[in-house]
Design a protein around this ligand. Structure first.
Ligand code: NAD
Ligand code: ZN
Length: 353
C-alpha cells in the first residue's frame, strides 16, 4: 500500500487554560514514537469527561495546552518501527486509555486501566479533537472495516465503559438494572448493551424528551428525577415484586443519586459507580448495607478484552444509539449544551469541518 500523505499542520480544538474555552486553531502534526501509531481521526464522540477535563473538576491535573477527546475513530496513517500488528490503512479507535506499561501487576492481570503509568487520551496526552492523533499501538481498538466510523465513535468510551459496568454489576439475564443518567451518552449506550445482554432496565433521568429516547432504546420504565415525589419508591415499584433492581449503574453527573441508590437497590444487589461528579461523596447507611448485603463498587472504563467485546456487540448490529454529528469547530457549543443537560444521547464531531 502506498504511504498516505500526511500534512505538517492540522485543525484542532485546544484548551489553553483550565476552565476553557476551547480554541479552534491549526497546530503541528506529531510523529509517532517507536511503539505508537498516528491515526487520522475522522470522528470523535464528545464525552462529559472532556468537559470535566476542560473545567479542571477532578483531583488530577491535565496537561496544558490540551487537545481533549477520547472517542476517536479513524485510519492508521503512520506507525513506529516496533509496531508490527497494526497496519497502515487499518481502522482503529483511540480510547481513554491511550497506553499503559504492560508490565505492572495490574497490566499483567489485564487491569490496564489501573496501571500507575497509564496515559489518558485527552487528559495526560493529547486526544482526538484534532485531525491526527497519536496512540500506543498496543492499546488502539481494532475496528472492523464493516463498521461505520461515525456511528461507532461513542462506543470507544461510552460503550466500553457501560458494558464493563454491566459485567461488574453481576446482573444476570432477566434481572433488572436501574440506569441513572439514562438519557445521556453513557446512559443511552447502557440501555442498548443491557438489552443485548438480556437485562431489563429502569431509566432514571429528567424531562419528557429523555423519557421518549430512553423508552425507544429499550427501557421498560422511566423515573423522572425532576418531577418524581419519591424516587426510591418509584424505582422499586418499577420491578414486578416491588423489591427493587438487582443492580444500579450510576452515570449521572450529580452527587444526589450516589447517596440514594442504596435505598432502592435490591438486597444483595450491586451499586456500580461510574459517573464522576466534581467533589462528590458516596453515602450509605452502614446498617442497611450490612443487613441487606449491598455491594457498592467503582467501575473504570475497560481493558483491551472488554474493548474487543464491546465492539463485537456493535459489529453484530445490537447497539443502535442515535448520535448527532457537528463540525469539530463547534465543540464549544456542544460543551454549552452539555452543561445545560440538554444533550440526549451523544454528540459526535467530524474533524474535517
Ligand atoms: P452526559 O452529560 O451525556 O449524561 C449525564 C446524564 O445524567 C444527563 O442525561 C443528565 O440529564 C442526567 N442527570 C443529571 N442529574 C441526574 C440525576 N440527579 N438523576 C438522574 N440523571 C441525572 O454525560 P456522559 O458523557 O454520559 O458521562 C457521565 C459521567 O460518566 C461523567 O461524569 C463522565 O466523566 C463519567 N465517565 C466515567 C467513566 C468511567 O470509566 N467510570 C467513563 C466515561 C465517563
Ligand atoms: Zn469518556
Amino acid at each position: 500500500m502506498s504511504q498516505p500523505e500526511i500534512p505538517t499542520e492540522q485543525w484542532a480544538q485546544v484548551v489553553e487554560k483550565t476552565g476553557g474555552p476551547v480554541t479552534y486553531k491549526k497546530i503541528p502534526v506529531q510523529k509517532p514514537g517507536p511503539d505508537e501509531v498516528l491515526v487520522n481521526v475522522k470522528y470523535s464522540g464528545v464525552c462529559h469527561t472532556d468537559l470535566h477535563a476542560m473545567q479542571g473538576d477532578w483531583p488530577l491535573a491535565t496537561k496544558l495546552p490540551l487537545v481533549g477527546g477520547h472517542e476517536g475513530a479513524g485510519v492508521v496513517v503512520a506507525r513506529g518501527e516496533l509496531v508490527k500488528d497494526v497496519q497502515i490503512g487499518d481502522h482503529v479507535g483511540i480510547k481513554w486509555l491511550n497506553g499503559s506499561c504492560l508490565d505492572c501487576s495490574f497490566c499483567l492481570q489485564s487491569d490496564e486501566p489501573l496501571c500507575p503509568k497509564a496515559l489518558l487520551s485527552g487528559y495526560t496526552v493529547d486526544g482526538t479533537f484534532q485531525q491526527y492523533a497519536i496512540a500506543k499501538a498496543a492499546h488502539v481498538a481494532r475496528i472492523p472495516k464493516s463498521c461505520d466510523l461515525e456511528v461507532i465513535a461513542p462506543v470507544l468510551c461510552a460503550g466500553i465503559t457501560v458494558y464493563k459496568g454491566l459485567k461488574e454489576s453481576g446482573a444476570r439475564p432477566g434481572q433488572w438494572v436501574a440506569i441513572v443518567g439514562a438519557g445521556g451518552g453513557l446512559g443511552s449506550m447502557a440501555l442498548q448493551y443491557a438489552k443485548a445482554m438480556g437485562l431489563r432496565t429502569i431509566a432514571i433521568d429528567g424531562g419528557e424528551e429523555k423519557a421518549k429516547s430512553t423508552k425507544a432504546l429499550g427501557a421498560e420504565a422511566y423515573v423522572d428525577f425532576q418531577s418524581s415525589k419519591n424516587i426510591v419508591q418509584d424505582v422499586k415499584t418499577a420491578t414486578p415484586d416491588g423489591l427493587g433492581p438487582q443492580a444500579v449503574l450510576l452515570l449521572a453527573v450529580s452527587e444526589k443519586p450516589f447517596q440514594q441508590a442504596t435505598e432502592y437497590v435490591r438486597s444483595r444487589g450491586s451499586v456500580v459507580c461510574i459517573g464522576l461528579p466534581a467533589n462528590a461523596f458516596l453515602r450509605a447507611p452502614v446498617f442497611d448495607t450490612v443487613v441487606r448485603m449491598i455491594n457498592i463498587k467503582g467501575s473504570y472504563v475497560g481493558n483491551r478484552q472488554d474493548t474487543a467485546e464491546a465492539i463485537e456487540f456493535f459489529a453484530r448490529g445490537l447497539i443502535n444509539v442515535p448520535s448527532k454529528t457537528v463540525g469539530l469547530s463547534e465543540l464549544q457549543n456542544v460543551y454549552q449544551l452539555m452543561t445545560e443537560g440538554k444533550i440526549v444521547g451523544r454528540y459526535v464531531v467530524d474533524t474535517s469541518r
